[in-house]
Ligand binder design. Structure first.
Ligand code: ADP
Length: 191
């Protein structure tokens, strides 16, 4: 079983790459952002709760996010492994994930961060916002707030996973294929 965590600031390309990796390695892709957006679209209680945080570019509270993620994993007992995209984003989420996966004896294989500079990311996100309709991608101030949330709450996970020898990072600037190749070079090491 392979369980991967993809890190990277908003716009770093996690979702794009996850779509390739899930096919190549036969993994189930779980994006917490996609799950929240699905719930918002369907007007669920979870969606209503998450919306105000997402609209501001803030993280949704840990308890809500952790419960949602665990429920999603539990829906797929047949999975050969998972790609976690956008989770964990805080140390408490990382600890919860370790504990949850530990109980199932399906530990994280590797975490990989896609690195890219902020100005390039803002450019990508504003462009995405024009077609995706995502309001959190249409306002530079909200985008910069998401970067700040990342620096403050998610960046510390680097040392968390380094302590477990599970942290890798790759250059996220290049063509989609080049970045897929860089990712598979890391992942193939664990097959
Ligand atoms: P991006 O990586 O471009 O910010 P996502 O789709 O991963 O996009 O996430 C969109 C928003 O959903 C985040 O800004 C945040 O508000 C919320 N969100 C997603 N994942 C988490 C998480 N693990 N913890 C808290 N909030 C989250």
């Amino acid at each position: 079983m392979i369980n991967l965590v993809l890190f990277g600031k908003p716009g770093a390309g996690k979702g794009t790459q996850a779509a390739f990796l899930k096919e190549k390695y036969n993994l189930l892709h779980i994006s917490t952002g996609d799950l929240f957006r699905f719930n918002i679209q369907h007007g669920t209680d979870l969606g209503k709760l998450a919306q105000s945080f997402i609209d501001q570019g803030d993280l949704v509270p840990d308890s809500v996010t952790i419960n949602m993620l665990e429920a999603e994993v539990d829906k797929h007992p047949e999975a050969k492994g998972f790609i976690f995209d956008g989770f964990p984003r805080t140390t408490d989420q990382a600890k919860a994930l370790d504990e949850f996966l530990g109980k199932k004896q399906m530990p994280i294989t590797a975490t990989i961060a896609l690195e890219a500079d902020d100005d390039r990311l803002v450019e990508r996100l504003l462009q995405r916002g024009q077609t995706s309709g995502r309001t959190d991608d249409q306002d530079e101030e909200k985008i910069r707030n998401r970067f700040q949330e990342y620096n403050l709450k998610t960046a510390p996970l680097r040392s968390y996973y380094e302590a477990q020898n599970k942290f890798h990072s790759i250059d996220g600037i290049g063509t989609i294929e080049e970045i897929t190749d860089r990712l598979t070079a890391v992942i193939d090491h664990f097959l």
